[in-house]
Ligand binder design. Structure first.
Ligand code: NAP
Length: 301
């Protein structure tokens, strides 16, 4: 199924990257876009994030075959309502939200009778806004598509083809399973980063200046993650509440076991865990999902 007209609602990091990647890799597609923030719309036009930046959400979607909602998870349902009456008959609506079950429920409430194929490109950076996007963001990254039961196969194909056209590798998954997997691989790591950086800056006996001055590898990497967009991450934790709480329960138990091992001088337990986790790091490098260079290749830039 060839797509010729795509509309993007929300022109920040992800929406802007989708727009740039489409123009670079699928130049036959005309991309319209809209963002609720007039400053973002102006900047999007200056950077050419989409072919046409429209003045209203309705104008952006009026002729679209595929609409991709790229707003924070908590704004998805409202953004869908705003386009409901302007959507063409056969348009497929998708999104890029980091949690899938509650977003799918919200989109279904807002768009009764519309074909909805939710998706999540597992690619991003800690930056946000219309200046943060770049066309290569999705290349060789996974895009998880979570079609509801009974979704038309041609609509799933349209969304999958689109992401593959942007260089992503597509995987189809049930929404609840997506939420559990992402709670483990993304949401809890962000929560830990927010916690550790917050704790460090709250420690009474250590000054803020010392935390910044002596920030060694481990802590510095946490600060990068903890600099991620506050709106986006607030929404992710609220919308993926059940999966996050389930994984957090497990994590807390494991942390308590490590606390006990340290208190008891049980080096074997510590060593065994660290050896196991090192093997996981090796697998991630082997699968090309990260960079093995010292300092994650940062010094090369
Ligand atoms: P972003 O850079 O902050 O962009 C979101 C844009 O949407 C902002 O310009 C925002 O404007 C606008 N917006 C908010 N509500 C809107 C509405 N109702 N209608 C139209 N525009 C609206 O955020 P992002 O990082 O691109 O994230 C967008 C989505 O991608 C989120 O659902 C997130 O979960 C998902 N995602 C993010 C990453 C990542 O690493 N960042 C990775 C994969 C998926 P204001 O700023 O004025 O509110």
């Amino acid at each position: 199924m060839t797509t010729q007209r795509v509309a993007i609602i929300g022109l920040g990091l992800i929406g802007g990257s989708v727009g740039l990647a489409t123009q670079a890799m699928l130049p036959q597609i005309a991309v319209t876009g809209w963002d609720a923030d007039p400053d973002v719309r102006r900047r999007a036009a200056e950077r050419g994030l989409v072919t046409t930046v429209c003045d209203t959400a309705e104008d952006a979607v009026r002729d679209a075959e595929l609409v991709i909602l790229c707003v924070p998870v908590g704004a998805m349902e409202g953004a869908a309502r705003a386009i409901a009456h302007a959507l063409p008959q056969n348009a497929v609506v998708s999104d890029v939200g980091s949690s899938k079950r509650s977003v799918a429920e919200g989109l279904a409430r807002a768009l009764p009778g519309v074909t909805i194929i939710p998706a999540h490109p597992v690619a991003g950076t800690e930056k946000s806004g219309p200046d943060a996007g770049f066309s290569e963001l999705f290349r060789h990254r996974w895009c998880i598509v979570t079609p509801p039961e009974g979704a038309p196969p041609e609509a799933l194909q349209r969304v999958s083809d689109f992401w593959e056209g942007l260089g992503a590798k597509v995987e189809v998954m049930e929404a609840g399973h997506h939420d559990l997997v992402l709670a483990v691989t993304s949401h809890i790591p962000h929560l830990i980063a927010y916690t550790i950086v917050g704790t460090a800056s709250d420690l009474e006996d250590v000054t803020r200046g010392e935390v910044i001055k002596y920030s060694a590898g481990g802590f510095r990497d946490f600060t990068r993650i903890a600099a991620s967009d506050p709106t986006m991450w607030r929404d992710v934790f609220l919308s993926n509440r059940d999966a996050v709480l389930e994984v957090l329960g497990r994590f807390t138990e494991d942390l308590t076991a490590l606390q006990r091992a340290i208190r008891n001088g049980d080096g074997d337990t510590l060593f065994d865990l660290f050896e196991r986790t090192r093997a996981i790091r090796r697998s991630i490098i082997e699968e090309g999902q990260d960079d093995a260079r010292p300092d994650f290749g940062r010094s090369d830039h």
